[in-house]
Design a protein around this ligand. Structure first.
Ligand code: COA
Length: 130
């Protein structure tokens, strides 16, 4: 998987149990993921269509460093599906532990918001996913 973004869990990101608020994690993931698919698809016009199961595997605490990784899983006509994993990064040991996983579908849209095909030259870079 490719590193997409790194975030620091700040005090204002915590929920009632002093864990990172789940909605904030989803926001970090969505932002990192859309930037990734914009780059992969050579288009600034990609919208989030669907998030599959989101698994919050273990809690994130204040000051934890969270690295978000992504990998292209599949292409459709106008869609791209990516696997995303957020990992807690231990700055002392440099070990990483998975804290959240999901799979997201994005759609390429035109200026009117309608789905349009992802360019062929993009898909041609991923022959194993055809
Ligand atoms: C993205 C959007 C334009 C698609 O509209 P639509 O009417 O479903 O368009 P289409 O029927 O042409 O389908 C487009 C693609 O979505 C896929 N799709 C539609 N519903 C789906 C679903 N429930 N699960 C998986 N794929 C789905 C279709 O199979 C198609 O894939 P393909 O082109 O790779 O074959 C529309 O759903 C939308 O605007 N959604 C809101 C996006 C948004 O605001 N996101 C949050 C902020 S970024």
């Amino acid at each position: 998987m490719q590193l997409l973004a790194t975030n620091v869990c700040k005090k204002q990101d915590l929920g009632v149990h002093n864990n990172l608020f789940g909605g904030t994690m989803l926001s970090w993931i969505d932002e990192a993921a859309v930037a990734f698919v914009n780059e992969v698809c050579y288009s600034p016009n990609m919208v989030t269509l669907k998030m599959d199961e989101v698994f919050f595997r273990s809690p994130v605490k204040e000051n934890n460093l969270i690295k978000i990784y992504g990998q292209v899983a599949k292409f459709g006509n106008s869609t791209i599906v990516i696997n995303v994993e957020a990992r807690k990064f231990n700055v002392y040991s440099h070990e990483e532990a998975s804290v959240c996983t999901t799979r997201i579908t994005f759609v390429r849209i035109d200026d009117d918001g309608a789905a349009i095909p992802i360019a062929k030259h993009v898909k041609d870079k991923y022959p194993d996913l055809q």
